[in-house]
Ligand binder design. Structure first.
Ligand code: FEO
Length: 183
């Protein structure tokens, strides 16, 4: 693996861990504000981000490359509104997408086929993650961030999926992969 791809993958771990940490903080804040459906959606997203980091770590370990775990800053304690929180999620996802696209280009230039194949999974995953964040943000804005509207969206999210989005087979596939490895 080229040094720039190795450094880039290690740097990218920061974004996945930061997202996991922030989404967990969001889940707590949403629970405190009586939005259990939103809260469980963010709790699940927090867990998915750890699986994303684990996927990259596994790739580096399997290729005998050095993993450097990052320090993670404390997440915010509160948000102005559910809309502001969700806009923050979308910005996080856009940052992750930009980083993945950059890594993909580095892997392609280096003709690193295992890296390209591993990153292809993330390209697809990011399309879904951005679409889900945009869908929830759009619904909050349609509801004009009102109490009744938020309660309706909260009910929808309590079903475990984002309205209009398919259940993500990639997350489930990786969850069972991690479980089967006993991780
Ligand atoms: Fe792993 Fe939501 O980016």
């Amino acid at each position: 693996m080229t040094p720039d791809l190795l450094n880039g993958l290690n740097e990218h771990l920061k974004l996945e861990f930061r997202a996991s940490h922030e989404y967990l903080a969001m889940s707590i804040w949403l629970s405190e504000h009586d939005l259990p459906g939103f809260s469980s959606w963010m709790r699940k997203q927090s867990g998915d981000e750890l699986l994303h980091a684990q996927r990259i770590i596994d790739h580096l370990v399997e290729r005998d490359q050095k993993v450097v775990l990052p320090a993670i800053a404390a997440p915010p304690l509160s948000w102005e509104s559910a809309e502001a929180l969700c806009a923050h999620v979308l910005r996080n996802e856009q940052d992750v997408t930009a980083s993945i696209n950059n890594l993909y280009a580095i892997a392609e230039t280096a003709k690193d086929r295992p890296g390209v194949i591993m990153l292809q999974w993330f390209v697809n995953e990011q399309m879904e993650e951005e679409a889900a964040a945009r869908a929830v943000l759009g619904r909050i804005r349609l509801a004009v961030n009102t109490g009744v509207g938020l309660l309706m969206i909260d009910q929808e999210l309590s079903g475990g999926s984002v309205p209009g989005m398919p259940a993500s087979p990639r997350s489930e596939e990786h969850t069972s992969e991690v479980q089967s490895r006993g991780l």
